[in-house]
Design a protein around this ligand. Structure first.
Ligand SMILES: [Zn+2]
Ligand SMILES: [Zn+2]
Length: 226
């Protein structure tokens, strides 16, 4: 079983998946998060060079803002989906579509300068999926669009599913559930179904406390009844 380690950076959760020799990292947080990230790594006694691969959930500033610095520090390879790769190369956030007034207000008051980040040239650009077996992980990176068109998740054979912004919790919404920001709502529902079909037992999200997979299943069932 590959251990999943949470690095709680505050607004954004970063995850490390224990591989054979080193770790696979999921996201990097805001550009202001580097110091906190380094502190948490030190606390967990993980060396920078142990990070072998960074999987980008999607190209929004709160996930890839620190990517340039973390890539340089760790020398890890960066993997992104083709649909979000252009944004990464330009250092801008992928298109955002808030679904609720509260997220509209949140985004309106967010200083524009916070949303820009240093551009990153990805090493691996995928369209569909990517096996992590070379890293000693029985798992894959899979395409789970909805929040953005290029949103990716990690799913392991043990049932760990790191899904990032495929679901949101506090502070983006009070109770965990459907992402408050999504370019393609139907895409989110389809990606939830995909995660379940892939055998997810535990899910890990980027903002707030991760809900159980049963909770996601219940929501999906309710939607299918409508
Ligand atoms: Zn996002
Ligand atoms: Zn986010």
């Amino acid at each position: 079983m590959n251990e999943v380690i949470l690095l709680n950076l505050g607004f954004t959760n970063v995850y490390l998946l224990k591989a054979d020799s080193g770790y696979i990292q999921f996201d990097t947080g805001w550009k202001f998060d580097v110091k906190k990230y380094l502190k948490l790594l030190e606390k967990k006694k993980i060396a920078l060079e142990e990070i072998k691969l960074i999987v980008v959930n999607h190209a929004h500033f709160d996930h890839v803002g620190a990517l340039k610095s973390v890539k340089e520090l760790t020398q890890a390879k960066v993997l992104v989906h083709e649909e979000d790769s252009e944004y990464l190369i330009k250092g801008i956030s992928a298109e955002v579509r808030p679904l609720k007034l509260i997220t509209k207000i949140f985004l309106k008051f967010l200083p524009k300068s916070w949303t820009f980040y240093e551009s990153v040239e990805p090493d691996i650009v995928i369209q569909d999926e990517y096996s992590l077996s070379d890293y000693g992980v029985n798992g894959r990176v899979i395409h789970t669009p909805g929040h953005t068109h290029g949103t990716l998740s990690i799913i392991t054979e043990d049932g760990d599913a790191i899904i990032g912004c495929l679901a949101h919790a506090f502070p983006l919404r009070l109770k965990p559930g459907f992402p408050r920001i999504a370019l393609d709502e139907e895409g989110v529902w389809r990606s939830w179904q995909k995660i379940i079909d892939e055998g997810a037992k535990r899910i890990y999200i980027s903002h707030g406390r991760s809900p159980s997979i049963e909770y996601i299943k219940k929501k999906l069932k309710k939607k299918q009844k409508i």
